[in-house]
Design a protein around this ligand. Structure first.
Ligand code: BDP
Length: 684
């Protein structure tokens, strides 16, 4: 198994009794209508059932008196079955001794088909099956950070999936499989290019290429979006300015948008990174984010498209706390954005760290729809080598209470619109896909794409249930192995945090964002060094963000501040995010800070050994190719975990001047050895 089929494997069900049971319920498929999306739904159902049941299931136009089949119904007229459904929702229910899949739209029928297949793939009964499901968030998107030259910013699974040089004439059949995989999760949009955008994507040449992708994705209910380069009116339009209030600039965007919609009638809209990390934006012309976003919204006014404006901003100012930047720039603009604009906020205030507190913006923008931006690709969580199951990371953020409207105001309710009554809602995941045959490099990283999609549809699902589904559909249905792998996945993120950034350390410093470099003190800007974040000194470690420090904590609601303000009661996972703690300070675990850190670094690295043992046990239940692939990656992960441990411990020991506590042994190498290793690792 080369992993290409992802969770849509559709291998023959081995349990004959079970298979026969399914066969009795799936003797025919009724398809009434021939739209593209319905055709995709019927195709998928036929393909899936053929594989799972080993039997070809005919398509018919009308059930007549027949029973024991699957009936696909778009209930456009008032229909009792469709009553509680929103436009993309579906029901799977028993009806006249058939299984009915009902939705108000074709897209909903497609999602219902995937839900039924998932039931069968995970071994659930389908007789009398009754499912009702509505997506909680409206725009469920992948963000690809892909460039015209085929590279992917922070991509670890090969080159871009999009073969720009051969599009639009040659359309790789893989695009359809990409669309199937996304539709199976309910993902309904994809931003195809990097947020650090090239203006070329807005040229006629590229619009044609993107249109060719859109033509494939449309049959699976997926709309394409483009990241835009804000000064494009200058670079490709020949104008003298890109000032969003300039009439010529506005006209340029309106014309460009019209051109796009002529070729891509269901175009989704624009994603914008502006005045962030050197990307130009409206502030270059004395305007603000709302001026820029609203100008694009105006260009989109005649169409069903949106502007997704990113809040990932921070200025190069050595004295400022980067943590505070997005809040400072965006809260004054709350309520000033056009209704077509959604502000997209990364889950944490800094940058996709292995563990971050939630961004304070989620509790502070009641009048502006906020979208969640999660990073599926593992920029800070070990690339495609380390096994880190991200659902617990996503859930931790979604479940955090912002107290925006008192207790019971979790982030999930902010972004699904229910807290403030936003009518436009969105969630994005920075994709981890690439041209590798198995899509994600590490076969286990497929689970992160899967988990993002499932949570985008329904954020109340548990990490454990999602893992179960994915394992059964992708790796094995053998119960003991399912349990072992679930356990391994559920613990993996905490293990990573322990050897990488325990107790609230953070590390978004320069370079490739992987190798440990806690000693890094010089870079093109101070907040791209390591010492800026960890603030180790002879007294202790951590960033004081209380009132006696940067006071970033003041950006949260009072109740949240109270949770984190006091170092005595601040939960350990966030401690060093907010406090500078003396090395010798006793923590709630009974250990001093230094001893606790060492304990985490050592147990974290040792736990990768445990992960290896767990994985070894599932060998008989998993495909040999996938088993060997993951086994190899775990060996590297173990080596690198020890490397991280040694780098931190040896570096911090210079400040703590404390011995490594028993039973842990002092690293065999010196700090200089580790530094040399990292230097070589970072060489081109
Ligand atoms: C950082 C990445 C950088 C992205 C940036 C962003 O290192 O490559 O361009 O985020 O999200 O995490 O804009």
């Amino acid at each position: 198994d080369d992993g290409y089929r992802l969770w849509l494997k559709y291998d023959l069900i081995k349990d004959v009794a079970k298979r026969d049971d399914y066969v009795r319920s799936a003797q025919f498929i009724v398809l009434n209508g021939n739209s593209q999306i319905l055709k995709s739904a019927a195709d998928e159902l036929q393909t899936g059932l053929q594989g799972l049941l080993g039997k070809s299931v005919p398509l018919i136009a009308n059930a007549g008196n027949r029973t024991g089949g699957i009936v696909l119904t778009v209930a456009d007229a008032p229909n009792a079955d469709a009553q509680t459904l929103t436009s993309e929702g579906y029901k799977v229910l028993p009806k006249q001794n058939n299984i009915a899949i009902v939705s108000k739209t074709e897209k909903g029928v497609l999602y219902g088909v995937f839900a039924l297949l998932r039931q069968i793939q995970t071994g659930q009964l389908v007789n009398n099956l009754s499912l009702t499901s509505n997506p909680k968030i409206q725009y469920r998107l992948l963000n690809h950070w892909d460039n015209t030259n085929g590279t992917i910013e922070r991509g670890y699974a090969g080159e871009s999936l999009w073969k720009w040089y051969e599009l639009p004439a040659t359309v790789d059949p893989r695009y359809r499989d990409y669309a199937r995989a996304n539709a199976s999760l309910g993902i309904n949009g994809t931003v195809v290019n990097n947020v650090n955008a090239s203006a070329r994507f807005l040229t006629d040449e590229y619009i044609q290429k993107v249109a060719a992708l859109a033509n494939v994705f449309r049959a699976y209910g997926i709309r394409v979006y483009l990241s835009v380069y804000f000064p494009a009116p200058k670079t490709i339009g020949g104008l003298k300015t890109a000032d969003p209030l300039d009439p010529e600039v506005r006209k340029w965007w309106a014309d460009k948008t019209k051109e796009i919609y002529t070729v891509i009638p269901d175009f989704g809209g624009f994603l914008v990174k502006a005045n962030s990390e050197g990307e130009p934006g409206p502030q270059d012309y004395g305007r603000n984010h709302a001026d820029g976003a609203n100008m694009l919204a105006n260009a989109l006014a005649p169409y069903d498209g949106i502007v997704i404006w990113r809040a990932f901003v921070y200025k190069a100012d050595s004295k400022a706390d980067r943590f505070k930047a997005a809040y400072e720039e965006f809260t004054p603009l709350d309520g000033k954005f056009d209704k077509k604009v959604i502000v997209q906020v990364k889950n944490g205030p800094i940058d996709f760290q292995p563990r971050e507190p939630v961004s304070p913006l989620f509790g502070a923008m009641p009048k502006t729809p906020l979208a969640m931006e999660f990073q599926i690709t593992q920029e800070y969580t070990g690339f495609a080598t380390h096994l880190v199951y991200e659902a617990p990371l996503f859930k931790e953020c979604l479940d955090t209470d912002t107290y925006a409207k008192g207790k019971g105001s979790p982030v999930s309710k902010v972004i699904d619109g229910s807290l403030h009554g936003y009518t436009t809602t969105a969630i994005s995941g920075v994709a981890n896909t690439g041209s590798d045959r198995n899509w994600t490099g590490n076969p286990m990283a497929q689970a992160n794409w899967y988990a993002f999609g499932r949570l985008a549809w329904d954020h109340t699902l548990s990490s454990e249930d999602i893992a179960h589904e994915w394992i059964k559909m992708t790796l094995t249905t053998e119960p003991k192995a399912v349990k072992t792998i679930t356990d391994l996945m559920l613990r993996s993120r905490e293990i990573y945090v322990n050897y990488n950034t325990p107790i609230g350390l953070s590390r978004p410093w320069s370079g490739i964002h992987f190798a440990p470099e806690p000693w890094l003190e010089k870079s093109s800007r101070p907040d791209w060094t390591a010492i800026y974040y960890h603030r180790a000194d002879s007294i202790g470690l951590g960033f004081n963000r209380t009132a006696t420090g940067s006071n970033a904590l003041a950006q949260y609601r009072l109740e949240v501040q109270q949770m984190w303000n006091d170092p005595e009661t601040c939960p350990l996972p966030y401690l060093l995010w907010y406090h500078h703690i003396p090395w010798i300070k006793k923590l709630s675990t009974g250990r001093t800070l230094w001893d606790e850190l060492c304990t985490r670094f050592y147990t974290g690295a040792d736990s990768v050994g445990w992960m290896q043992q767990q994985w070894a046990q599932v060998k008989p239940a998993v495909d040999p190719e996938i088993f060997a692939d993951v086994t190899g990656r775990l060996i590297t992960q173990h080596k690198e975990a020890i490397w991280w441990r040694d780098a931190w411990v040896l570096y911090l020991q210079q400040y703590s001047r404390q011995p490594i506590p028993a039973p842990y042994k002092k690293p065999e190498r010196t700090l200089d050895d580790v530094k040399r290793l990292v230097d070589i690792y970072q060489l081109r």
